[in-house]
Design a protein around this ligand. Structure first.
Ligand SMILES: C[S@@+](CC[C@H](N)C(=O)[O-])C[C@H]1O[C@@H](n2cnc3c(N)ncnc32)[C@H](O)[C@@H]1O
Length: 227
């Protein structure tokens, strides 16, 4: 029987995979089912990957995919908290997908070797992307390109970044908007953030608090979403 060795990714993971440059080795941190590295290998974008997860059961899911697609020689499965068990010379591209932005930032902070121009980073924060962007801006990383996609009833964002060592001034709005493109999907994603922040503003506005930063952020988000 003819067996098609291909994995069709969901729009969220397809957008993330599209940012991988390829050619080298990637580590997919928090891999779970390992669809992303398996897809990248089956499409010949990369020839080797480390698929890592902090828990054994997601790594067992990853093993199922590796065995199903006969990728035992091409994907190294590794139990690792963030990048703790990854050696700096093992990878060129580092992917964090499907984890919260705050957690991704924490895992980058814990790793002594990520501040290097050698690596290409691809992030797909499920939530709190603003925390991850703030970490990147404050630590000399530069965001290269952002994408927003629709999947089911949700809008997801993904972006890639490099370490430059240069720390430029940034605002709260930069942390929320980043380099998102002027698309329907990016506007829908930011509209959800805007709704949440407007609720927060309405809850706080009767208190004697300085809400200037929040007001400016809400104005900037309105400009992006409706402008
Ligand atoms: C929602 S799944 C995402 C799976 C896949 N990357 C994707 O985007 O579809 C999040 C995965 O991150 C893993 N994870 C959570 N904290 C982690 C950590 N500190 N280090 C590595 N993996 C972690 C979880 O075990 C889980 O398998």
């Amino acid at each position: 029987m003819f067996f098609v060795r291909r994995i069709t990714l969901s729009p969220r993971l397809a957008a993330t995979a599209s940012l991988v440059v390829g050619g080298g080795t990637i580590v997919d941190v928090g891999t779970d089912h390992a669809y992303l590295p398996a897809h990248l290998i089956l499409t010949k974008k990369i020839s080797f990957a480390i698929a890592s997860d902090v828990r054994q059961s997601p790594l067992d899911n990853a093993r199922d995919t590796v065995v199903k697609y006969k990728l035992q020689e091409k994907i190294d499965l590794r139990l690792s908290d963030g990048l703790a068990e990854i050696k700096p010379e093992e990878v060129e591209e580092i992917v964090f997908a499907g984890m919260g932005g705050t957690l991704i930032a924490e895992k980058l902070k814990e790793c002594s070797w990520v501040k290097s121009k050698k690596y290409h980073f691809i992030f797909q924060p499920q939530s709190k992307a603003e925390d991850l962007r703030e970490f990147l801006y404050s630590n000399g990383f530069e965001i290269n390109k952002e994408l927003a996609v629709n999947e089911g009833d949700r809008y997801y964002i993904t972006f890639d970044a490099y370490y430059t060592g240069e720390i430029k001034p940034f605002t709260l709005s930069d942390c929320f908007i980043g380099k998102l493109p002027d698309t329907v999907e990016a506007k829908a994603h930011l509209k959800m953030q805007l709704n949440r922040l407007e609720k927060k503003y309405n809850a706080l506005k009767h208190r004697e608090e300085n809400l200037e930063d929040l007001e400016k952020l809400i104005d900037d988000l309105k400009g992006f979403v409706y402008g």
